[in-house]
Ligand binder design. Structure first.
Ligand code: ADP
Length: 459
């Protein structure tokens, strides 16, 4: 029996639809919000109720309007708000505004969001939990002296990162002393513009690491488990393109350390709800914490597939106040979390690989998906007649495949990609096909340099 009767999803497109589905299965009523630009978007029609928001605001601003969204939720008798990913999902002010309005925010408490939202403070938390971090400045870089001192001690290459950056933005790689000071100044002003804070810090830049992240689930009573790892090393411009669970390319001993360290960091901040602890693993198998994402991730799907656990429903149950051992969640201990086979997620986007991945817009004149056993699809506007606008990200559909055997999961991905027909906009399907068909991908031998190492994938 659900404590919540009605949930508003403060998001759009595929993740909003995915959350509505989870709610409907739990017998919870759903409320969608949509901007003027999204009036034709599918998520609007997938909820029990839908309301236009953000009059006079920008397309993105509409989904960031805390007072407007919370007031609407109150007016419509909503018990809880699920923020999805992006937009307000990591915003402590949103969590506070919900609490003040007597509405549950489905995510960690505001203090946890505050502590983890700043990468410098998150690094300090990891250090307190005795988890290795990449050598980096302990504080924000305020002047040239700070930057020069760090470079002298650690050498090049370095990476300058915005403390409040996200989505692969706000990072600059620096190869020599001549570039350094200019790059710091530029990063600070760009960070101010993009993230509202000029705070930047410097880390040593690792060559071709693997990006491995651990899914954690924590209830309000200090019980915590992990749901294994995802390998998100296939990235373009520091943004994930393909994700695999579990990882094929790190040793079991390394995995055990990652699970242990992810849980230590979450325990250190009294983490509640679902979260992801991200690490980089170097060629020698050394691992380093990079950040915690205190929300559902785009790629949560593949963890659901290999564990059989619905992460969004678990988030809702935890927010309702149930402990992990309760019948609605059924995770009395770590040993009860099992995994089976391999899952791969491919992000199908309306981007043109032959034209530097320029986003494309327009009306879909055909949309036929790959289907069949072992395929999961989470689509935003994946239907014939859908209108893809330039106002939001270019994700069309998440295609996931599953098989007991990694090689078969790859074959299935290739087969599904080839079955897809999307017309009316350019898509990255040819690029995904080239990647999945690559011998290195077949072996599961992945690192963050994969795409840059193989420019032929773009053709
Ligand atoms: P964001 O919050 O924007 O996602 P992250 O800190 O999670 O940024 O990093 C995103 C990606 O950037 C990583 O997966 C990795 O590929 C690259 N990256 C970040 N820090 C480093 C580093 N110190 N060395 C090498 N690559 C890095």
């Amino acid at each position: 029996m659900s404590q919540f009767k009605k949930i508003l999803v403060a998001n759009r497109s595929e993740i909003a639809i995915r959350i509505f589905r989870a709610c409907t299965e739990l017998g919870i009523q759903t409320v969608a919000i949509y901007s003027e630009e999204d009036r034709l978007s599918l998520h609007r029609y997938k909820a029990d109720e839908a309301y236009l928001i953000g009059k006079g605001l920008s397309p993105v601003g509409a989904y960031l309007d805390i007072p407007g969204i919370v007031a609407l939720a109150k007016e419509k008798g909503v018990d809880a708000i699920h923020p999805g990913y992006g937009f307000l999902s990591e915003n402590a002010d949103m969590a506070r505004a919900c609490a003040e309005a007597g509405i549950t925010f489905i995510g960690p408490p505001p203090e946890v969001l505050d502590a983890l939202g700043d990468k410098v403070s998150a690094r300090a938390i990891a250090e307190r939990a005795k988890v290795p971090v990449i050598p980096g400045t302990k504080k924000a870089v305020k002047n040239d002296q700070d930057a020069l001192l760090f470079a002298k001690k650690h050498g090049f290459p370095l990476i300058i990162k915005a403390a409040h950056g996200g989505g692969g933005r706000g990072m600059t790689i620096v190869h020599n002393r001549e570039q350094l000071l200019d790059a710091v100044a530029r990063s600070r002003s760009e960070a101010q513009k993009a993230f509202g804070s000029p705070k930047v810090f410097i880390e040593k830049y690792l060559e071709r690491p693997k990006h491995i992240e651990i899914q954690v689930i924590a209830d309000r009573y200090g019980n915590m488990v992990h749901l294994f790892e995802r390998d998100c090393s296939i990235q373009r411009r520091h943004q994930k393109v393909i994700e695999i669970a579990p990882s094929r390319s790190i040793k079991p001993g390394v995995k055990d350390k990652l699970y242990r360290d992810a849980l230590s960091i979450c325990a250190e901040v009294n983490y509640v709800n679902a979260g992801t602890v991200e690490f980089l693993v170097d060629q020698d198998g050394n691992h380093y914490f990079i950040e915690v994402n205190p929300r559902v991730q785009v790629e949560h799907t593949i963890t659901e597939i290999i564990t059989g656990r619905d992460i969004v429903q678990t988030q809702i149950r935890i927010a309702e106040g149930y402990p992990l051992e309760h019948d609605t969640i059924r995770i009395p201990s770590q040993s009860k979390v099992k995994k089976s086979g391999y899952a791969i997620q491919l992000r199908i986007t309306s981007e043109d690989p032959a034209n530097q991945f320029a986003p494309d817009t327009g009306k879909l004149t055909a949309f036929r998906a790959g289907e069949g056993f072992g395929i999961r699809l989470d689509s935003g506007n994946g239907f014939e007649g859908a209108v893809i606008t330039p106002h939001y990200d270019s994700l069309l559909t998440k295609l996931c495949t599953w098989s007991l055997d990694y090689d078969l999961a790859v074959t299935k991905a290739l087969r599904a990609i080839r079955e897809f027909r999307i017309r009316g906009v350019k898509t990255n399907l040819p690029f995904l096909e080239n990647m999945v068909d690559h011998e290195r991908f077949r072996k599961g031998d992945l690192d963050t340099g994969f795409i840059d190492d193989h420019p032929e994938l773009m053709q």
